[in-house]
Write a protein that binds this ligand. Structure first.
Ligand SMILES: [Zn+2]
Length: 263
């Protein structure tokens, strides 16, 4: 240390400065306290730095990574398979009806089978699935009507309620076939990894059902397991109902369909 009076180097334990000869005995305890406090302060600062480093680590792990800015790419990625499916449906219509003049139910069956793999491999979100299913169904059916209308020189759009209902049922069957594919995918994913299916609408509904029917003092783990179980059953149910509706509305020649309620 240095003497507080003459600033010359002296021993840490010196009670008298050997350079200026001043008495350090009164000052010594105060200086010692200062040194001790400095040392403690330094250790507290180090500990604080380590702690704040830990807090930052935990925070960075907790924060959800920002959604990648790939909305536009995602939209384009949805458009390509949608256009392909529409083209395939129109081609099927062309081959089955215009070229080979087969029975309409062949087309209706193909129209159910074609959208299935597209729904299976299609978008993950429910909104995108519904949008894609409706767009494909409406565009494809309108395209078929337009082709038939142009070839046969008849009005493109149906001119009576019965034909409108039949056309709508056909479009609904295509959309539902697409939805069936989507539900199959959800089921397959929930079998493979339960984390992947957490953002589905079915899982949200299942969570609500699990919460509303929760027994007292149910643990979070139990509630989660029950929600997953309910989601799995809902998925099966939705799958069966959607597939059945698709077939029922699609192959209307086998089933009377809604048209029978008309005079
Ligand atoms: Zn001195």
């Amino acid at each position: 240390m240095n003497c507080p009076f003459c600033d010359e180097e002296i021993k840490d334990s010196a009670l008298v400065c050997k350079h200026c000869g001043r008495d350090l005995s009164v000052l010594r305890p105060v200086l010692d306290r200062f040194t001790a406090i400095e040392a403690r302060l330094a250790s507290v600062e180090t500990a604080l730095q380590t702690l704040s480093g830990h807090v930052d680590d935990v925070r960075s792990k907790e924060t959800v990574p920002p959604r990648p800015a790939r909305r536009l790419t995602a939209d384009v990625a949805l458009l390509a398979p949608a256009l392909l499916l529409i083209a395939l449906l129109l081609a099927a219509h062309w081959v089955i009806i215009a070229t080979f003049d087969l029975n309409t139910w062949v087309l209706r069956l193909v129209s159910i089978l074609l959208p299935l793999p597209f729904g299976l491999l299609g978008p993950r979100s429910v909104t995108a699935t519904v949008a894609m299913a409706v767009t494909v169904a409406v565009t494809a059916v309108w395209g078929m009507l337009a082709i038939t209308g142009t070839i046969d020189h008849v009005p493109v759009l149906p001119d009576n309620l019965h034909d409108w209902i039949e056309t709508t049922e056909y479009a609904v069957s295509i959309a539902l076939a697409f939805a069936t594919g989507h539900l199959l995918r959800g089921l397959w994913r929930s079998r493979r990894s339960s984390n992947d299916s957490k953002d589905s609408l079915v899982y949200e509904i299942a969570t609500l059902l699990a919460k509303s029917s929760a027994p007292k003092n149910e643990t979070r783990v139990h509630a989660k397991l029950r929600a997953e179980n309910i989601a799995s059953w809902l998925n099966y149910l939705a799958l069966i109902v959607t597939a059945a509706c698709s077939i029922a509305t699609g192959i209307g020649k086998f089933f009377p369909g809604l048209g029978k309620f008309l005079p």
